[in-house]
Design a protein around this ligand. Structure first.
Ligand code: MN
Length: 291
């Protein structure tokens, strides 16, 4: 198999706040190179690198807002996130857990630090990645997949560490998440000096974030903590080696290759569908939720 080479190593930009609870570095679609077309099917990535939030009796977070046309994947590395939506749904994303929310036809929700965690405060670290939906599924029923850490497929690599599969597969072992189009998502948890080889179809959009430690990719390029790595859409196989104990989020998906029209919290195929989304939102079709 041909080697999949790195296309870019991307330094996190200065952090900004989403609401008052998420201090994030935006990677997608902030950079020219990381626009929605290039990163298809991944249309947004916000990374809250390790940040200590002081104790707060009022949980910090982001107030009521809608989504339509895609999925939000929230990965809690440190700390806990709580959410509520207009259909009465809600839940907690525990440390190490993932929430895979299919907003599809429309969700109105709020997201914030889980109450008990907030009262103690501490180091918070999280990724939120938006995965686009194909036109035929954009108006399907919203749903949630609560993916607890214990339910992820753990592929043991002996002294190298292990890979935790959230979606798609690694070495033939499948993760629990249902996806509408082919998406692989996994955490490589490697010990110092440990290596893992990954293989994805050449044309898939493939990238990652170094959550902990420092890594060497394909034996040649070093990628430090909190940096993003983007691979070329050619070649299949790459190797990650941990310089010190490392955690790397790896994601790879088949491009959907449909027109993208995005505005604010809506990502559709056409301008008309965005106008419709605002009309539906303004007419209360996303339901109601108290701040
Ligand atoms: Mn949201």
């Amino acid at each position: 198999m041909a080697t999949k080479h790195l296309e870019a190593i991307i330094q996190p930009r200065p952090a900004h706040y989403v609401g008052d609870g998420f201090r994030v570095h935006n990677f997608i679609p902030g950079f020219e190179r990381l626009n929605m077309q290039r990163m298809d099917p991944f249309i947004m990535l916000d990374y809250n690198s390790k940040y200590e939030f002081p104790a707060s009796t009022v949980p910090k977070g982001v107030g009521v807002h809608p989504h339509r046309g895609f999925e939000t994947v929230t990965i809690a590395y440190q700390g806990r996130v709580q959410h509520h939506d207009s259909s009465g749904g809600g839940g907690i994303i525990g440390q190490g857990d993932v929430q895979w929310m299919t907003a599809a036809s429309g969700v109105l929700h709020k997201e914030y630090h889980e109450k008990e965690w907030s009262e103690k405060g501490g180091i918070f670290q999280m990724v939120q990645l938006w995965v686009n939906l194909p036109a035929k599924d954009k108006m399907s029923q919203p749903k949630y997949q609560s993916i607890e850490n214990a339910s992820m497929k753990r592929v043991d690599l002996g002294e190298n560490g292990y890979v935790e599969v959230i979606a798609g597969e690694y070495n033939g072992e499948k993760g629990p998440a249902f996806t509408f189009t082919p998406v692989n998502m996994m955490n490589a948890k490697l010990k110092a000096g440990g290596k893992a080889t990954f293989s994805f179809p050449a044309h898939y959009t493939t990238a990652g974030i170094v959550i902990e430690g420092n890594i060497i990719v394909n034996g040649e390029k070093k990628v430090p903590t909190d940096y993003m790595l983007l691979f070329e859409n050619q070649g299949e196989e790459f190797v990650i080696e941990a310089e010190d104990d490392a955690v790397v989020l790896i994601f790879s998906g088949e491009p959907i290759k449909e027109p993208i029209f995005a505005y604010g919290p809506f990502v559709m195929n056409t301008r008309e569908e965005i106008i419709q989304a605002y009309e539906d939102f303004n007419n209360g079709k996303f339901g109601t939720l108290e701040e």
